[in-house]
Design a protein around this ligand. Structure first.
Ligand SMILES: [Zn+2]
Length: 429
């Protein structure tokens, strides 16, 4: 029997309504007790005085690039990056090389993650063969191989007939559908948000309506089919308005997330042709950010993610139009949430942690994101007083150095991460 005791920390466990000084006792990888004061002997005792103790974070949208592009990231380096940010569970997107449109790729990810034994990695399967949007993948096979959801993230299914059939199968098989909402005919070569800044820079823009229209399409098909639909990385006022309406109408099968960069930074980050600010969907203008934050405040949004998208330096050193889309984020997501939502008092710290723990756990239907008795002892410990500057070229774990939060001052840093009762990460100064 192995035991671990975390003493004197401030526990925030939104699933159980705890936001108070508590001790946490772990036995054989499971939470045994959470109480005001626990006096038990343990193999290992962690003094968490002055620190915040939370369930391990869950990020339901990351890109680990393996198999195929191990030069950008591997399941191992991605997992280490996650651990350093307090993230103990991730959902990996299927746009690997080859795409996860078959059992062998999904099975490979499952096996590799088990061998590494670092964090919990949940693979997704593609909706369509090679994510080309014209032929459904074998959804049942993907589910049986271990896919937690199906998604064509990175490209989006344009054909409404195929999307409808995918949702019908998903409904029958009880599989979650995750949609990246984009209307290709409107995005049409856009490399950043269409607006004043894109005009200043002379760059082709992606209009907000490209996302709005696709969100409406997805919501209408989810209402029709009854499929469980999760809307990935929402970034526009139109998208969050449509989600709010669907929720108000009582459609509990529809859930939504925001990637932390989309409430933190605006399209002005692209000024100077900063390719780390190039992402998909793009960083939006301030009016959209305001609407997204209002939606977060009103619980229209269920989860926060990173859309962690590592690339090689060469792919980001291209001219803005040609550079790859995406930013890394696993090492900074908690601090970004705290710095851009909690510090300006948009939401409480507990609410922010909810969106990164029990919120995504409920959508994914996994027994994670809580410190309930008997739950897996996945725990993160944060120093909320630590003001730090992220530098992806120093002290980082992801192979991708393309982080939009590079050089920005953040508050709150992970000091320890525990997975299944084992300390897997300790902060290095
Ligand atoms: Zn996407």
């Amino acid at each position: 029997m192995s035991t671990l005791l975390i003493k004197n920390g401030h526990v925030i466990d939104p699933a159980n309504g705890i936001d108070a000084p508590h001790d946490v006792y772990v036995e054989d990888g499971k939470i045994k007790e959470v109480a005001k004061s626990i006096d038990r002997d343990a193999d290992e005792v962690i003094d968490a005085a002055g620190l915040v103790v939370t369930p391990g974070l869950i990020d339901m949208q990351v890109h680990f690039r393996e198999p195929g592009r191990e030069d950008k990231e591997t399941i191992e380096t991605g997992s280490l990056a996650a651990l350093s940010g307090g993230v103990t569970s991730v959902v990996v997107m299927p746009n690997t090389t080859p795409a996860a449109d078959n059992q062998s790729v999904v099975g490979y990810v499952v096996k590799k993650a088990q061998e590494l034994d670092l964090i919990n990695v949940y693979p997704t399967g593609a909706i369509t063969v090679a994510q080309k949007g014209n032929q459904l993948a074998e959804i049942n096979d993907l589910k049986n191989a271990g896919a937690i959801a199906i998604t064509d993230d990175g490209v989006d299914v344009q054909d409404e007939g195929i999307l409808r059939r995918a949702m019908e199968y998903a409904k029958t098989l009880d599989v979650l559908v995750m949609s990246h909402c984009e209307t290709d005919a409107l995005t049409d070569g856009g490399v950043m948000h269409e607006g004043w800044v894109s005009t200043q820079l002379g760059l082709p823009g992606t209009p907000a309506i490209s996302e709005d229209l696709a969100v409406h399409k997805n919501i209408m098909l989810a209402k029709l089919t009854g499929a469980r639909l999760h809307l990935l990385h929402n970034s526009t006022s139109g998208a969050v308005k449509a989600i709010a309406e669907a929720k108000k109408e009582g459609f509990q099968n529809i859930t939504a997330e925001v990637s932390v960069q989309h409430f933190a930074l605006s399209d002005e980050a692209c000024l100077g042709y900063n390719t780390n600010a190039k992402m998909y969907p793009p960083l939006r203008s301030k009016d959209h950010i305001k609407a997204v934050i209002e939606a977060i405040k009103h619980d229209v949004i269920d989860a926060f993610t990173t859309d962690h998208a590592p690339h090689t330096d060469a792919e980001k050193q291209e001219p803005f139009e040609d550079a790859a889309f995406g930013s890394t984020g696993l090492e900074t997501s908690f601090a970004v949430m705290n710095t851009y939502l909690v510090e300006p008092q948009h939401i409480s710290l507990s609410k922010g942690i909810e969106k990164m723990t029990i919120g995504p756990a409920k959508i994914l239907r996994i027994e994670k994101g809580t410190l309930s008795k008997g739950a897996d002892a996945d725990i993160a410990i944060f120093d909320m007083k630590n003001k730090w500057v992220f530098n992806s070229h120093k002290h980082t774990y992801s192979k991708g150095k393309n982080c939009i939060f590079n050089g920005l001052k953040l508050t709150g840093k992970c000091v320890k991460t525990i997975v299944g009762g084992v300390v897997k990460y300790k902060e290095v100064e």
